[in-house]
Design a binder for this molecule. Structure first.
Ligand code: ASP
Length: 358
């Protein structure tokens, strides 16, 4: 008989295990474990063996920083050999950021890492926490996905493609430019051809720390003053995700705005253009209003989400690559975050030999 599968749950906080207090819902130490111990389903022999590790402090995900991404990555790495799969219980508000960063940080990942959470805490009579957590555990145990995913509201999504799209619906996440990797209805079905290949056997997991490069994000709006982007690009800023309009257009009729980008990129700052539209992506060069951003030195983020572009930028800058390589690799799919050929018209150049493994 097959040995019972083992799943490690890292509880980082979030609504799933929150309790209502005087100021609203907030994390409560020990509360999730206490409730799970009361639920017959979590004592079922049909469930894999589950170990729950509560992070300290538990956080509303709005309080999270890249330091917390590192804490999660290190926790998974420390327990990697002893478990078949991993579940990260996480707040929904910044789950897409964590789910975008972890694929870059967990190099050589060959086991499932499933982020989940809920819109309504487990302690409420009617909630989505029970189903999300239970199904995430079953996926982590039984589906050999070598990827970081989000499981939420019946959908299994590639983590670095996700974005939170609803504050009220139980289907709170989408991956607009990447079809779901799986669905949980009556049965759990995985679309295996869409799943990324596992790394060669014998590959060990390595945590890539994201370091301290200063990166920012700026959403364009009509009437934005050039001084706003100039101040966002001041040293020691090393990278900026510019959330532009449509296929990557911006106020190219404002010379001071373009000068701010031109001067920063000349100093080695990476400016990545993403789209405010959920679907599609950037195509710098389709319009004069986007060519001007490319001419000033910005690169297109293709169909990456702004969350993925931010995480990837931080990752590439942490590797200490020269600015030209950062700009080039932004336009190359590394972890499934970008569709083939979706980056800007300025096609990537061949990688330097030493970086080919990227
Ligand atoms: N504010 C909560 C959090 O992100 C929301 C949630 O989990 O749904 O931690």
């Amino acid at each position: 008989m097959r040995a019972r599968r083992r799943v490690y749950i890292a509880n980082t906080g979030g609504t799933i295990g929150m309790r209502r207090g005087p100021a609203g819902y907030a994390p409560a130490p020990g509360f999730l474990a206490e409730q799970l111990a009361e639920l017959p389903a979590f004592r079922s022999p049909l469930l894999p063996e589950v170990v729950l590790n509560e992070h300290e402090p538990l956080l509303d995900s709005a309080y999270m920083t890249p330091e917390d991404w590192s804490r999660i990555a290190r926790d998974i790495a420390a327990n990697y050999e002893d478990f078949d799969g991993f579940v990260v219980a996480h707040g929904t508000d910044t789950m897409a950021y964590t789910a975008s960063a972890l694929p870059f940080m967990l190099e050589g990942l060959a086991k499932p890492v499933i982020l989940t959470g809920s819109q309504v805490p487990l302690c409420e009579l009617r909630n989505d926490a029970f189903e999300n957590l239970l199904t995430a555990i079953l996926i982590a145990a039984d589906q050999p996905l070598p990827e970081v995913c989000v499981y939420f509201g019946g959908l299994l999504l590639r983590g670095c493609r996700t974005t939170k799209v609803h504050t009220q619906d139980f289907e709170a996440f989408a991956s607009p430019n990447c079809p779901p990797l799986g669905r949980a209805g009556v049965a759990i079905s995985i679309d295996w051809p869409r799943v990324r290949p596992a790394p060669p056997s014998g590959t060990t997991l390595r945590v890539v720390e994201l370091g301290q490069p200063l990166v920012g994000a700026l959403r364009l709006f009509p009437g934005i003053a050039a001084g706003v982007i100039r101040s966002m690009l001041l040293p020691p800023v090393a990278g900026l995700v510019l959330e532009a309009y449509g296929a990557g257009t911006g106020p190219g009729n404002d010379g001071a705005f373009l000068d701010a980008i031109r001067e920063a990129t000349a100093m080695g700052v990476a400016v990545v253009v993403t789209s405010q539209c959920l679907e599609g992506g950037t195509a710098l060069g389709d319009y004069a209003a986007s060519s001007c951003l490319a001419d000033a030195g910005a690169v297109g983020g293709g169909d990456m989400t702004a969350e993925a572009a931010l995480a990837k930028l931080r990752y590439l800058l942490s590797l200490g690559l020269p600015p030209g390589d950062v700009r080039r690799l932004i336009q190359v799919d590394l972890r499934g975050e970008l569709s083939e050929g979706a980056a800007s018209a300025r096609l990537p150049q061949p990688l330097p030999a030493t970086r080919r493994e990227l």
